[in-house]
Design a protein around this ligand. Structure first.
Ligand SMILES: NC(=O)c1ccc[n+]([C@@H]2O[C@H](COP(=O)([O-])OP(=O)(O)OC[C@H]3O[C@@H](n4cnc5c(N)ncnc54)[C@H](O)[C@@H]3O)[C@@H](O)[C@H]2O)c1
Length: 263
């Protein structure tokens, strides 16, 4: 597979979960990939996996909600691989303590979720777009969620951050279309990742039962594997999606199509 040969990609929150699957998928398509993650152990683990497959993958340990560190990630890609063509703003947090209503959400927690889930998307785009312009174009894919479109109870900061990502996606698409930069979002449904596992464990219930129940909420009867999101990402960043910009794609097993009359 070499559909992305010669392309340079950045993936935020790339060390685990969906970001890890995206990093590997882009590398397998021939792209050079710089992934940024705050978790150094996860970085080492993924680097070893990528090395084993002979992929051109590098890690930068960074908190991408920090402006200086976000800039360093882009600099690293631009200097090591001489440019940036693809930015996957994937990072996202939903700490177990954040499953409370707005009244019970500490301001500091609200700020952190918005900084990581939304501000980092702005920062990374701000620094990567000038690099893309120099290459004559590029693609940004923002990892939103079905919760940017509909909300469960008690996730005010997370839901707000995901709605914000969809608005930012539309805005960036308009502002940079003439630079040949396409900007898209993916709205995953439930995906089996460490983030989801942590939420199940923190709820105190039976993890297998919780996973099965969440799976049943999806018309396909299960949650997704991270690679099922990465497969769609690979299409969106490829030239096969050349007329797509300013929109989102739900990769959600049909959960968003389900009406209240469904059983
Ligand atoms: N898992 C799901 O069910 C699901 C559903 C819809 C949307 N999403 C979204 O997909 C994206 C990936 O989610 P996931 O489930 O793979 O999460 P995850 O927690 O499994 O992985 C996220 C990665 O981001 C890293 N990270 C956290 N804060 C960071 C920071 N400040 N700077 C750099 N790295 C940081 C973590 O160390 C981790 O490796 C998120 O935006 C999430 O909101 C996930």
């Amino acid at each position: 597979m070499d559909g992305l040969k010669g392309k340079v990609a950045i993936v935020t929150g790339g060390g685990k979960g969906i970001g890890r699957a995206c990093t590997l998928a882009l590398g397998r398509e021939g792209a050079s990939v710089v992934f940024a993650d705050i978790d150094r152990a996860a970085n080492r683990e993924l680097l070893a996996m990528a090395d084993e497959e002979g992929l051109a993958v590098q890690a930068v340990a960074a908190d991408v909600a920090d402006s200086g560190e976000a800039a360093q990630v882009v600099d690293h890609a631009a200097q090591t691989f001489r440019g940036v063509d693809i930015l996957v703003n994937n990072v996202g947090i939903q700490p177990p303590s954040s499953y409370v209503n707005a009244v019970d959400t500490p301001e500091v927690l609200w700020d952190r979720i918005i900084d990581v889930n939304l501000k980092s998307f702005f920062l990374m785009s701000k620094f990567a777009i000038p690099e893309m312009r120099q290459r004559g174009g590029g693609v940004i894919v923002n990892m939103a969620s079905v919760q940017g479109l509909q909300s469960m109870k008690k996730v005010p900061a997370y839901a707000a951050s995901k709605g914000g990502i969809l608005s930012l996606t539309r805005n960036l698409a308009l502002d940079f279309a003439t630079d040949n930069i396409r900007v898209l979002a993916i709205c995953p449904g439930g995906v089996d990742t460490p983030l989801q596992q942590e939420a199940f464990e923190a709820s105190g219930g039976d993890v297998a039962e919780l996973r099965a129940t969440l799976g049943q909420a999806h018309p396909l009867g299960r949650t997704a594997g991270p690679e099922e999101i990465a497969n769609v990402l690979v299409f969106l960043v490829s030239d096969r999606a050349s007329f797509m910009t300013g929109e989102y794609v739900c990769v959600d097993g049909g959960i968003n199509a389900r009406g209240t009359w469904d059983e």
